[in-house]
Design a protein around this ligand. Structure first.
Ligand SMILES: Nc1ncnc2c1ncn2[C@@H]1O[C@H](COP(=O)(O)OP(=O)(O)OP(=O)(O)O)[C@@H](O)[C@H]1O
Length: 232
């Protein structure tokens, strides 16, 4: 399969505010893609459309060659920038909740990841710090055997030392025939794991390139390129 995700001429407005403007791109399987842009550039909107959470938009979106529907939802695992779990839950309740809800949830992988992330199943979610909560959300999202993972700002609240560990977990725990899209503005910390990057600025896709090619062609790191494109 060539295209795991394809956007063709996709636009999305919230009232009179345009969030995505005629966006077209496609990505193949087995890639880690950085979706990069400053605040309000349209990253979350793009992810929510792909996850099937924003049904009203113009243009065409396909996942694994299929228009968005319940089938595509079942192969897309989305980690939103705000937790989906309830604060009364303990960590183990969140795991059970996901396991009941998603038939592709891999319990053995979830338990292994909890351990790696130093998360205690007995802890209440309301007692977790922002960074620990992100570790939990990441564990939940990556423990599904999905085809496409969408991680919206997965390391914003994690301290710099733990970031390395979390990035290693992302690379280790995602299955390699699937693809992973990660939105972030922490470009420098995370660019080492990207195969491709997409820059999105005020709703316009301004660059989509393989990281190797970008470095060769422009003689710059992704972070330097990001600063240049998004300079205010
Ligand atoms: N529910 C909404 N109602 C109205 N406007 C919205 C809504 N959600 C997003 N927007 C607007 O759409 C634009 C794109 O927002 P989006 O959340 O997709 O950006 P983002 O790149 O994810 O930003 P951030 O990095 O700050 O999370 C912004 O101008 C935002 O204010």
């Amino acid at each position: 399969m060539d295209n795991l995700l394809q956007f063709q001429g996709v636009s999305k407005s919230y009232g009179s505010r345009k969030a995505l403007n005629d966006v077209s791109f496609s990505i193949g399987p087995g890639k880690i893609i950085g979706l990069l842009g400053t605040n309000g550039s349209g990253k979350s909107t793009l992810m929510k459309i792909t996850a099937g959470l924003l049904p009203v938009y113009s243009g065409s979106v396909t996942v694994a060659g299929q228009p968005l529907d319940l089938n595509t939802k079942s192969i897309v695992s989305f980690m939103p920038d705000r937790p989906l779990t309830e604060s009364w839950m303990k960590v183990r309740d969140a795991i059970t909740f996901y396991s009941d809800f998603y038939s592709d949830f891999d319990m053995a992988k979830a338990l292994q990841m909890l351990d790696f992330m130093n998360l205690n199943p007995q802890d209440r979610i309301s007692s977790l710090s922002k960074g620990m909560n992100e570790r939990l959300q990441l564990t939940l999202a990556l423990s599904r055997n999905a085809k496409l993972y969408l991680l919206d700002e997965p390391i914003g609240g994690v301290d710099p030392v733990a970031r390395t560990k979390i990035l290693d977990a992302i690379v280790e725990f995602y299955s390699e025939d699937s693809s992973l899209i990660i939105s972030t503005h922490l470009v420098k910390d995370i660019e080492r794991i990207f195969d491709e990057v997409i820059f999105i600025k005020n709703g316009d896709l301004v660059l989509h390139e393989e990281v190797e090619e970008l470095r060769l062609k422009h003689g710059k790191s992704v972070d330097d390129m990001f600063k240049e494109v998004f300079a205010e």
